[in-house]
Write a protein that binds this ligand. Structure first.
Ligand code: HSE
Length: 456
């Protein structure tokens, strides 16, 4: 067997431990697939662990590991955007390939990190950063490479989906289900990233850049979480034939001026109960991609947890094992005249964001007010004659088409909830209409609005 591949694992939390377990469980399979011996030479951990194989060096100096001659591939699974960034930068500068599950770091600093990696002729692989074990990065970078992607829609936060599913199925309170997701190792170190939609926004930024060939633009993702979703709205949506899911959308659109732009948004949305994404439950993630000429394809699986994430990490390692093999054996690569290949043998690998770095385009990201979706509105009003007529008149004056309407019997003395579903409308138009409805004297509470997307 050829020379061994030496791995360093930085961070022994849920994911790092999962990677060690996977290697122990599947080592024979990994060797047979790669033709290499794959060994963990070093692990980075703050405190010495007595449950680690004594042949593996334990070190709390992560920067030293990142530069170690005893390491070919650095697996960064500590998370965060400060120390992790320093370590990855250090590893790249020392010629190490990097595998990371760190979506926050890549969404916020990926442009810089990928450019540095290209300059140093190494690769930063990140399958585990998006949708857990689902190989969506590989699919979009490689299997869909011949397609033009029009849109994608994904349930890309396992914790959030777990919470929404449990609330609907069992009526358990939000905090209780979140605590269970944390105990199961699904949630981020700071679970507000999960429930406020930030984790999904990080992942969407990565998916959108790969889909449309543009630099990472996390700061332009419109982001809403699930913290304000109530059981009441979950139940009304079900009665109307819909389900509320937290979904990330990246949609190529042409605006009124004929300019192409991209909608990037993560938020709760109603989707028809018979839609594929409506039936993705628990910690499962799914990404629906609409591309030309292939059409719609759906990718589904565990979106969080030790085994799923370790599977994605090791898939990247297996790819890099081949790149390392190529570096050692491909003597023709240096004579290649192609600009990208001249950077070295890493040019044989798919570029980080799937498109050639010099071909990334600055397609505008549409502002939130320009986005187009349907809406679910819940209006609480006094049960007076003409209230419903006032609400519907405001919508019709704004050119907003009502798709369904449901008025429940008075839940408090003299007050009724009115639920309205609309057809798609430009967000700015809906904002004005909601403001007018809110100002009606008969309206008692804050108008609840949740988007509604049929495309998923
Ligand atoms: N906290 C993340 C989730 C982990 O729940 O999806 C996987 O990225």
């Amino acid at each position: 067997m050829s020379k061994s591949i030496k791995l360093a694992i930085l961070g022994l939390g849920t994911v790092g431990t999962g990677v060690i377990n996977l290697i122990n469980d599947n080592l024979a399979e990994l060797k047979r697939r790669s033709g290499r011996d794959i060994i963990i030479t070093e692990v980075g951990t703050r405190r010495q662990r007595d449950d680690i194989d004594p042949t593996i060096m334990q070190n709390s100096d992560l920067m030293a590991i990142a530069a170690s001659d005893n390491v070919d591939i650095v697996i960064e699974v500590i998370g965060g955007t400060t120390l992790a960034k320093d370590i990855i930068t250090h590893a790249i500068k020392h010629g190490k390939h990097v595998v990371t599950a760190n979506k926050a770091l890549l969404a916020e600093h990926g442009n810089e990190i990928f450019a540095l990696a290209e300059a140093h002729n190494v690769h930063v692989a990140y399958e585990a950063a998006v949708a857990g074990g689902i190989p969506i990065i590989k699919v979009m970078r490689e299997a869909l490479a011949a397609n033009k992607i029009d849109w994608l829609a994904g349930i890309i936060n396992g914790t959030g989906n777990f919470i929404m599913t449990e609330m609907r199925d069992t009526g358990r309170p939000f905090a209780d289900v979140l605590a269970e997701a944390q105990a199961l190792g699904y949630a981020e170190a700071d679970p507000t990233f999960d429930v406020e939609g930030i984790d999904a926004a990080h992942k969407l930024a990565l998916l959108a850049s790969i889909a449309f060939g543009m630099p990472l633009q996390f700061d332009k993702v419109y982001c809403e979480g699930i913290t304000e979703i109530t059981l009441q709205d979950v139940n009304y949506a079900e009665q109307l034939g819909y389900r509320i899911k937290h979904v990330g959308f990246a949609v190529r659109r042409t605006n009124a001026e004929g300019e192409e732009g991209i909608e990037l948004r993560v938020h709760p949305t109603l989707i028809p109960q018979n839609a594929l994404l409506a039936n993705v439950n628990g910690v499962k993630n799914a990404v629906l991609v609409n591309s030309h000429p292939l059409g719609q394809t759906l990718y589904y699986g565990d979106g969080a947890g030790a085994g799923a994430t370790a599977s994605a990490v090791m898939a990247d390692v297996m790819d890099l094992v081949r790149v390392l093999g190529c570096e050692r054996s491909d003597s023709n690569a240096q004579s290649n005249t192609d600009a990208y290949s001249q950077k070295g043998q890493i040019g044989h690998h798919v570029p980080h964001l799937s498109f050639m770095p010099e071909q990334l385009s600055n397609t505008p990201i549409l502002r939130a007010e320009q986005m187009i979706t349907g809406y679910y509105l819940r209006v609480h009003a006094y049960d007076n004659p003409g209230v419903l007529a006032d609400i519907t008149r405001i919508l019709s004056d704004a050119g907003i088409n009502i798709d369904a309407i449901l008025q429940k019997p008075a839940h408090k003395v003299g007050q009724v909830p009115v639920i309205i579903l609309t057809l798609p409308v430009v967000e700015s138009q809906m904002n004005l209409a909601i403001e007018k409805i809110q100002n009606l004297a008969a309206v008692t509470d804050k108008v609840v609005r949740i988007r509604l997307d049929e495309l998923a």
